[in-house]
Design a protein around this ligand. Structure first.
Ligand code: UDX
Length: 433
């Protein structure tokens, strides 16, 4: 099929290359000329395992192209909208500028019978509003949310847990058939495919992310209780996780969640519920947000306490800047926030991350960044592990002790073995353990 993908950020670029890998002819469109230039040359604008390979293969096959001109989308049977819906600068709600602009720019180029399939996470009610704008062109609109995780984006796109189609009653059969044709090779594997109305599809996505955020904040709340009772939250998570109804996944206590989705989605959902007169229903999400933000300060407090109340002039190695491992994404990153807060208290912060330094430096040039893990550790008086990259998880306690000036470590992700680190002479503190 002929497809267009509007927006070539994380979601859009991965979707475009993944659809080409399934055999479709795809044009990716973005207003950012630098991004389009990079992608056209087969260069990934972000770190994502497996993405460069399918990008390059798509370009080499001649089936994947990129453009800044919406006219290039004119021949497409399906137009996917994969632009960002960040938090509004003036509030908690979602900023729909990019979604609205994408649809407005597409309208003059839509052929009758083509389908716009929205993938971006939007407030409930958005698809119905956009459908009215699209209707006069004779094109249709569906909402087809994406559940990809960074670090697993390609796998999650070509081999998803489920496909969700939000469609209009009037054109239901036709639009379902169109999306089925796009995803034919995925459906062959009997991937669950759920057809529903617009509002339900929009809510599926935002409620899934809210549930995940709630799970993480739940275990972080348990960590807070563990901290005043001497309990160990990791053992607690293991024990409750064996109950299949609870499950062990997403019960890792630590510095909390960040990234381009979970934090802004729970805020946008709360804001939308308030608009709908149902603020009470989602009031708990504010609590989820607050628990999450408190955990960043907890790591900072632990570091400060270890210096008897002042980190001024103390050399602190901050290991990790990305919001999670295998990503260079620093959006709303708890790790970067910890580094910035410590620096704000006068610490001599030396930060290291295998992939995210370039992005972090652009946003926070005031921080010092080390070229290597060793350079960050050298002479440090405290070490804080705040993103669980493999190379940090595998640090050898004895070898690491020989590099630092003072063997004090804060395990902001509960990924180190406390007994092994203590045995090598370290003062160890985790989160809720
Ligand atoms: C998330 C959703 O998982 C995905 O389905 C959706 O499409 C987009 O948002 P992503 O932002 O890539 O994906 O990251 P995710 O793996 O969900 O992690 C989010 C944050 O939660 C990270 O900062 C991670 O470190 C943190 N986290 C995750 C925890 O603190 N504890 C956990 O147990 C799991």
């Amino acid at each position: 099929m002929q497809l267009s993908v509007i927006g070539c950020g994380y979601l859009g670029a991965v979707h475009a290359a993944s659809m080409a890998s399934l055999g479709h002819t795809v044009v990716g469109i973005d207003v950012d000329e630098a991004k389009i230039a990079k992608l056209s040359q087969g260069v990934a604008p972000f770190h994502e395992p497996g993405f460069t390979e399918i990008l390059q293969a798509g370009i080499d096959s001649g089936r994947l192209t990129f453009s800044t001109d919406f006219a290039a989308a004119a021949d497409a049977d399906v137009h996917f909208i994969g632009v960002g819906t960040p938090q509004r600068k003036d509030g908690q709600g979602a900023d729909l500028t990019y979604v609205d602009a994408s649809v407005a720019s597409l309208v003059p180029h839509l052929k009758a019978g083509s389908l716009i399939a929205g993938k971006s996470t939007v407030p409930v009610g958005t698809a119905a509003r956009l459908a009215e704008i699209v209707a006069p062109t004779g094109a249709h609109l569906a909402w087809n949310p994406e559940f990809l995780r960074e670090g697993f984006a390609v796998k999650d796109t070509v081999d998803p847990d489920r496909l969700v189609y939000g469609v209009a009653d009037a054109t239901r059969d036709e639009d379902v058939a169109t999306l089925d044709a796009v995803y034919a090779s995925i459906l062959e594997r009997e991937t669950p495919r759920l057809v529903m109305d617009y509002a339900t599809a929009e809510l599926v996505k935002i409620s899934a992310n809210s549930f995940l955020a709630t799970k993480i904040s739940f275990i972080n709340a348990m960590a807070e209780i563990a901290e005043v009772t001497g309990a160990d939250v990791t053992q607690l998570a293991d024990a409750i996780g064996y109950d299949a109804r609870i499950g062990r996944k997403f019960l890792n206590a630590g510095v909390g969640f960040g990234g381009g989705c979970l934090p802004k989605d729970i805020r946008a959902f709360t804001a939308r519920a308030e608009e709908l007169g149902k603020g009470d229903s989602l009031a708990f999400l504010k609590e989820i947000d607050e628990i999450n933000l408190r955990r960043r300060q907890r790591v900072v407090d632990l570091v400060v306490d270890s210096f008897d109340g002042s980190v001024f002039g103390k050399r602190v190695a901050v290991l990790g800047l990305a919001f999670k491992p295998d990503s260079d994404d620093i959006r709303d990153s708890p790790a970067l926030d910890v580094a910035v807060r410590l620096k704000g208290l006068g610490a001599e912060v030396v930060a290291y991350d295998p992939e995210a330094i370039e992005n972090a430096r652009r946003l926070h040039p005031q921080l010092s960044y080390a070229d290597s893990l060793d350079a960050a550790l050298e002479g440090s008086e405290a070490v804080a592990v705040v993103t669980e990259w493999k190379q940090f998880r595998e640090l050898d306690p004895a070898e690491t002790a020989a590099k630092v000036a003072r063997p004090v470590i804060f395990d902001g992700r509960n990924v180190l073995d406390p007994a092994a680190w203590r045995a090598a002479g370290w003062t160890y503190a985790g989160m809720g353990r």
